[in-house]
Design a protein around this ligand. Sequence first.
Ligand code: KG4
Ligand code: ZN
Length: 359
Amino acid sequence: MSYYVDSVEKFRALKTKEDIIVLSVESSCDETSIAIVKNGREVLANIVSSQIEIHRRFGGVVPEVASRNHITAISNIFNEALMEAKIKKEDIDAVAVTYGAGLVGALLVGVNFAKGLAYSLNLPLIAVSHVHGHIAANYISHKQLKPPFVCLMVSGGHTALLRVEDYNKMTMLGTTVDDAIGEAFDKVARVLGLSYPGGPEIDKLAASGEAKYKFVVSKSLKGSLDFSFSGIKTEVVNFVHNATQRKEHFNPADVACSFQEAVTEELVVKAIRACKQEGIDKLVIAGGVGANSKLKEKALASGEQEGIKVYSPVLKYCTDNSAMIGAMAYYMIRDGLGLAKLDLTAKPNVPLGDSEFHD
Ligand code: KG4
Ligand code: ZN
């Protein structure tokens, strides 16, 4: 039988199979990761090889360098994952891969590795959106969590509020009209002379500062659930440049703290408003910026006041990893979604809503 006939048959059979073991591959940016996840929630292995140290000297991710390093790392990571999970290749039921959004050259390394693996093991290939993976990271950390919920998606590439009706059914309530929040964190960090990636550096520095500057998030979108961070980012950048030129003293920790205070307030106010508007009492935070301590603190405090339970993944599943892709793939398989062919390619952008891969 041909690979395609087999993979469709196996994919259909997985819908009702008791236990599903997914091997998942993630290479959308500067982390090469392969995980093995059982039934969407149990992580048997999650190997993450970070290139942060390599890109730090450039002050950001260099796409070509990222792709080359994924190629060097991926085979070893695959072997390591199998060893850590203590399983054999024959135990795998499906191969999942992030096909977008992200850097195309970087994504292609993971996509091609996953295609080769699926073909050689005669297994279904599941195409997973990176953003959906970030949401699913919460299923690993919170075993009882189920949709419906409102998701605040905050990463280097996305900022959005989503109504997640079911595992594979979501609608967008609001999004950024300009910069993603992670981009704003990274830019502010850079102007303060902090190293890449800037988000965690701002988080650390802000802890020793005071919110004494009144940087403001644009009021133009006050009534909507959309976001705009480019104005406040520019305000901070201009403040630092002007003060430096005039040789005026300022404490970078106060700048970091003031910026972080303003943007996390905006994110939390709109996320809580979205929950109330939708009549939903669960708020799920997803994406790298979800690791921010102030964001979590504010969301928990506001949630408690408003009777909304707030969830966010443990730190290692907030930032890029492949366990989250394996978790999402499980729920796609159960709903008969995500089966890709061997012509699967990488995409720089993927719609935030439902999966593109269905019959
Ligand atoms: O989700 P992610 O790892 O990659 C994307 O899908 O984009 O997010 C990366 C972003 C970067 O902008 C990074 O600076 C930010 O997440 N980030 C943080 C923190 N940890 C990571 N931002 C603020 N506070 C943090 N603690
Ligand atoms: Zn990410």
